[in-house]
Design a protein around this ligand. Structure first.
Ligand code: IVH
Length: 709
């Protein structure tokens, strides 16, 4: 395809190759340096394929700076050593002292650094080039006559590893320089990193494909660059920011009079530089920048672990010089570590307001990102199993930004002997009801929705809400007070409340809140308010079965399902006696929902709470199940799957039911036939597997028509 393109016929091969390389390099430059992509990925890929075809037809046209080199050369047995022309220095660290006692400035390390710079230079408020400290891997890139010739890791600062072939695959690293006025030999220093989005996408793919996920973006960058097979590196989402430059062999030769100007030159030649870099003055400028970057840290597309302050003017840098292997003119101001090791002392479960059971690790207290952490979420039973966290384990805990601390991984070498795998408890620690987990659901939950103290507030709020029992005026605030002062332990208690209880509760709540003293007028208003509430509670006793079912707050059972259940079973007794299998026969009730409903009514405490409600006077009119038993389809069970072109599913269901059919939600041996529309899925497969008759839409329509529907 590429070989026969009209361009190639119009242009000699060498010229066409040059045109393609320019276009591809330009696309990279716009993407990585200008952050302003100009051509779609598909177009980029097309240019690349054409160039590859051209170079394979004309091997003499291949060059080391051609973008085709980015796909990755052949694997190597090991990396050669590279002696850096100019040593790669390290940075001294300054920390914010998160445990500074009163009177000690938590930023004294940064202030000391700036003071030393000021004293060394004999000036106040020097200019600093400031930028984030990237969480990746330091590398050095050598260019000769504008062409990338060698790339190396930092190693011990004097000698590193030759990772040229791997670095060629990193599209943010220019293989040749733009423009013209570059020096003959140029060494650019910077950081190879893995952007957060690329890291997340890569790990999501690994989890999908059963591969090994990367521990964090930093390890992702370092591990990817140290691959012996450059094609592996090519498959990893790596990027690069330049943060320094040298003109070997002279360590003092400079591109400009200051660092920021030299960086601007690099940018023009095609090196990505960090858009968050700035120039500031003095210690306040540095600390202001630290605070600003700290606040935007979570939103940055790359990982960082602090910021770096560098004296901007090169003459000032030279005047300050070095101590050991670190410059006196720069420092890394680090954020408090977001990960720490500690020990799991226990694994409890926490019951949420809707009953979800979340395993929580109780930890030996540890400082993480400036805060003492004693608990970390383990999210759910699957996560505990995936991490294999056990009581007694040493673990890495992470706390980033505002997120809840979490256990990242276990340190296997430190596992005590006899540590046992964790299991979800069988009963709720709060109310003793069974903990249930429906197949296919991530969350386990306490099934004692009506009695569990952890769920009480939410249960009562939902029970009293307008679309449920509709107890007018009983909002969240009063529910909270009723619970707090012990007037209500479970929903049935609502029906025992008298006028005086409300008045007393109100008085106690006002006392607690330090609110206004009682006056005659306020007393009258309060009596009216309490009277209204008592009346509303009384009025709610007369309800309907569907409202009552919805009010119970069974997981997954919304208004529509409550209505379906009420219609199908006709009475609460019939519903409570239904097993999971009977429930899945009801249309629109899948196995998960059926499981929730069955578990709810299986819990003795819930049944007792329902009995107490009826005892208190909650009632409704029960009716026979609403299904024709004399229609032409009486006794037949039908399942609808996929989408029909002439009817909505509800429509089809109504019509079938009008003829006496039962429309079920899942296929079983008892199913009479399945109507399969477009894109029918697992239900159709199941029907076929069970040998259940399958109808298409035309046949359904013919049937409906023959019965005048
Ligand atoms: S400047 C002589 N700028 O920090 C100073 N370093 O100890 C040369 N690093 O591993 C370094 N982000 O990879 C500089 N914006 C930045 C940086 C940065 C990360 C790393 C560097 C090296 C360490 C220096």
């Amino acid at each position: 395809m590429a070989k026969t393109s009209h361009h190639q016929q119009a242009q000699p091969a060498a010229q066409r190759a040059a045109t393609l390389r320019d276009a591809i390099d330009d696309a990279n430059y716009r993407y990585y340096v200008l952050d302003n992509p100009a051509i779609p990925d598909a177009e980029y890929d097309r240019l690349m394929r054409e160039l590859e075809a051209l170079e394979s037809d004309h091997p003499e046209l291949a060059t080391p700076d051609s973008p085709t080199n980015r796909v990755g050369a052949k694997p190597v047995a090991g990396f050669a050593e590279v002696r850096h022309a100019i040593p790669m220095l390290s940075l001294a660290n300054a920390f914010t002292d998160t445990e500074a006692p009163a009177g000690v400035d938590p930023e004294h390390e940064v202030r000391d650094f700036v003071r030393r710079v000021e004293q060394g230079l004999g000036i106040a408020d020097p200019e600093f080039a400031v930028e984030p400290k990237f969480d990746g891997l330091a590398i050095s890139l050598r260019y000769e006559a504008g062409v990338f010739v060698q790339g190396a890791t930092r190693g011990d600062g004097t000698t590193g590893e030759d990772v040229t072939a791997n670095l060629r695959t990193v599209k943010a690293v220019p293989l040749r320089l733009r423009g013209k006025a570059w020096p003959t030999v140029l060494e650019v220093r910077g950081e190879v990193y893995m952007p957060k989005a690329g890291f997340d996408a890569y790990n999501a793919r690994m989890l999908r494909e059963g591969g090994k996920p990367l521990a964090n973006p930093r390890n992702g960058a370092a591990g990817s660059l140290r691959q012996l097979d450059p094609r592996v590196t090519a498959s990893r989402p790596l990027a690069f920011y330049a943060y320094g430059v040298y003109l070997p062999p002279d360590p003092d030769a400079v591109l400009a009079d200051r660092h920021s100007a030299a960086m601007a030159k690099l940018r023009g030649w095609g090196f990505p530089t960090c858009p968050q870099s700035e120039l500031v003055r003095g210690v306040e400028g540095c600390l202001g920048y630290f605070a600003k970057i700290g606040a935007m840290r979570d939103r940055l597309p790359y990982g960082i672990d602090g910021v770096v302050y560098k004296v901007d003017r090169y003459d000032q840098q030279r005047e300050l010089g070095f101590v050991a292997r670190a410059p006196r003119w720069a420092i890394a101001h680090k954020f408090p570590a977001e990960e720490q090791a500690t020990v799991v002392e226990a694994i409890d479960i926490q019951i949420g307001r809707t009953g979800a059971a979340t395993p929580v690790a109780r930890l030996k207290p540890v400082q993480v990102a400036g805060v003492t952490v004693t608990n970390a979420t383990l999210h759910n039973a699957d996560q505990v199993a995936r991490l294999d966290v056990r009581v007694g384990d040493s673990v890495i805990v992470r706390r980033a930004g505002d997120v809840i601390p979490e256990v990242v991984r276990v340190i296997p070498e430190r596992r005590p002997p006899h540590a046992k795998p964790w299991k979800m408890p069988t009963h709720c620690p709060i109310c003793g009801s069974a903990i249930e987990r429906e197949e296919g659901e991530v969350a386990a939950r306490c099934s004692g929705g009506l009695v569990c103290a952890a769920q009480r507030r939410e249960t009562i709020r939902h029970f009293a809400s307008r679309r449920a029992m509709d107890i007018d005026g009983l909002g969240e605030r009063y529910i909270g007070d009723l619970i707090e002062f012990g007037y209500v332990h479970s929903i049935a208690d609502l029906y025992t409340l008298a006028l005086d209880d409300f008045l007393e509760m109100k008085r106690r709540a006002e006392e607690r809140d330090g609110a206004i003293p009682d006056t005659v007028k306020a007393g009258k208003i309060a009596s009216k308010w309490a009277g209204n509430l008592v009346e509303a509670i009384e009025a709610s006793k007369a309800t309907t079965l569907e409202r009552f079912l919805f009010a119970l707050g069974i997981p997954e059972v919304g208004e529509a399902t409550a209505k379906t259940l009420a219609r199908h079973f006709g009475s609460l007794e019939a519903l409570m006696q239904a097993g999971e299998a009977d429930l899945t026969e009801v249309s629109d009730i899948g196995p998960v929902m059926a499981g929730h409903i069955a578990a709810f009514f299986a819990e003795r405490r819930n049944r007792e709470a329902i009995a107490a409600l009826r005892q208190a006077g909650v009632h409704w009119r029960e009716s026979a199940p609403q299904r024709r038993t004399d229609g032409p389809l009486a006794g037949r069970t039908v399942v609808l799957t996929g989408s029909l072109s002439t009817l909505t599913r509800d429509n089809a269901k109504d019509k079938l039911e009008a003829l006496g059919a039962k429309v079920a939600g899942s296929v079983s041996k008892k199913t009479s036939f399945v109507v399969a529309g477009d894109a029918a899925g697992s239900k159709l497969d199941k029907a076929r597997a069970l040998g259940v008759e399958v109808w298409d839409e035309a046949r359904l329509l013919a049937l409906l028509e023959s019965h005048g529907s």
